[in-house]
Design a protein around this ligand. Structure first.
Ligand code: GLU
Length: 299
């Protein structure tokens, strides 16, 4: 039998992984079990007239929430059913419930990292929940509720990679990340000997890793652990987190009323146990037990 060329075998595996179906006998990519997810009490009669965003959503009868659709356990769309699942999706649902919107009144819109600020400032989405790091530069353009989770930047490599164990080992290596992310910016600023490569999404980076086009993928550990958990024979997360990425809910900069209401919602769902239940049923499946949520920063 002819020996299969390694990169070709990896390409097949990548295609199977990304198509979400088990060509080689692996189970299909599934979201969290629906019965393990908490349901959130919808605050009927809630009003927020001081928020232009909330008022417009109330009139139209639904919220438009920007998310990611290719990040396992965080924000992932099932291609067969169109259903979204993951920790960010749960944060979207629980905050929507506090604002008076049931899960069926949410329309999710997938927005890539590079397009978040524009889609918030031009009103294309009402708010954004998708591994979105709060930082000073972004705060010039958008508002942030939260943080609701603290991640850290990490590295994902092929299972048989032994030379890359941290960002200091990236010299001369191609490292892939999403355009417009804090991850690619940190590599460019702090690790000038690495060769950064960027695409719209991390799943394209993972595809490139498995087909030997790049040597590592870098972004938040929360995202990388999800990809690794779905294909542990092919990839691993290495080293220690080398940044702090507090996740916020992005919203239009001027809408202070909505920001305060979202901060209240996050705090309430952390206190009543919803946050932990949601974590355990989603991001917790990638192997890290629930941490304590970071304190909400009301600026
Ligand atoms: N949290 C980082 C960021 O906001 C990386 C993940 C992402 O691109 O969503 O840029």
């Amino acid at each position: 039998m002819p020996r299969i060329h390694r990169p070709a075998a990896a390409a097949l595996a990548a295609a199977a992984l990304l198509a979400g179906c088990g060509k080689s006998g692996s189970p299909p990519v599934k979201g969290p079990r629906a019965d393990a997810l908490p349901s959130y009490r919808v605050q009927r009669g809630f009003t927020l007239p001081a928020s232009a965003t909330w008022s417009a959503a109330h009139r139209r009868g639904r919220l438009v929430i920007g998310v990611k659709d290719d990040q396992p356990y965080l924000g992932e769309k099932d291609p067969a059913t169109g259903t979204y699942s993951g920790f960010d999706i749960e944060i979207a649902k629980m905050t929507a419930a506090s604002l008076g919107f049931a899960a069926g009144q949410i329309r999710y819109q997938a927005i890539a990292s590079a397009n978040r600020e524009t889609s918030l400032s031009n009103g294309q989405i009402d708010y954004y929940v998708g591994t979105y790091t709060i930082n000073a530069l972004r705060k010039k353009q958008v508002g942030f509720a939260g943080p609701y989770y603290l991640a850290g930047q990490g590295l994902l490599v092929r299972r048989d990679e032994h030379d890359i164990n941290g960002p200091q080992d990236l010299k001369g290596h191609k490292v892939c990340s999403a355009a417009g992310s804090s991850s690619i910016q940190r590599i460019e600023a702090d690790y000038p000997d690495a060769t950064p490569v960027s695409y719209d999404t991390y799943s394209v980076c993972v595809d490139n890793l498995l087909t030997y086009q790049v040597d590592a993928v870098t972004t938040d550990d929360s995202i990388l652990l999800g990809y690794a958990a779905k294909a542990p024979d092919q990839m691993k997360v290495v080293g220690k987190p080398f940044s702090k990425e507090p996740y916020g809910i992005g919203l239009a900069k001027g809408d202070r009323a909505l920001r305060a209401a979202l901060d209240d919602a996050i705090t309430a769902h952390e206190r009543n146990g919803d946050w932990k239940k949601a974590y355990d049923a989603t991001l917790g499946l990638s192997g890290v037990p629930a941490p304590a949520p970071p304190p909400v920063d009301r600026y």
